[in-house]
Design a protein around this ligand. Sequence first.
Ligand code: SAH
Length: 220
Amino acid sequence: MKSVDRKHLAMALSRIPDPPEPETMREQVRTPGDLAADFLLLAQAAGDLEGKNVVDLGAGTGVLGIGALILGARRVVGVEVEPRLVEIAKQVARDTGVSDDYEAITGDVSRLAPCTVTDVLGAGADTVVMNPPFGADRRSRAAGGDRVFLSLAFSLAPCVWSMHLASTEPFLRAYARDAGYGYEAVRTVEFPLPARFAHHKAQRLTKQVVWARFVKSDRS
Ligand code: SAH
């Protein structure tokens, strides 16, 4: 297994810029470098990254996809609806020295045909990694929240690593079962939310987030 020191990976991923203040009110909660490192190291240890064709849905500034390449993924395509973030992700890939194996495209996960992604990947996807909008605010819930992300992820790959509000676990389990996927809660973490998600000052600015691994049931 490609051995990458956790501390160095976390530092490298922490240097990836935050998304600039969003023009839209789309929910953008970037994964902090240390959490991204832990999430990806777990996926790597499960054998789901090395040598794999990976798709990063809602790529933001690229942290999960670029981290997957650092950990030995074969090729990664990021999909992000905000063109400004796509440009940042591509620049980060160049700065990190992984741009030969990285591509990012502008696209809306709720509308994208799976073949648009696999055409860019040049192969079928093995693994999806994603930190979708949690549906933590009304607008993001109305846009389908993490549901539309899971739907596209399941049509793309037999293995999906994803982050969700821990309170939605019963839904995740049922949704996965109906799609023919097994659900495994790998770890639950405190995920920091930006201050703009607080409704009043005293509100806790972290959420319990579950790191989930979904695997297609007929896969041995
Ligand atoms: N993967 C990054 C960003 C997570 S935030 C990280 O882990 O840091 C979720 C991202 O999904 C945001 O960048 C947001 O712009 C994007 N997004 C939200 N709705 C989307 C949609 N319908 N299609 C594609 N991207 C979307």
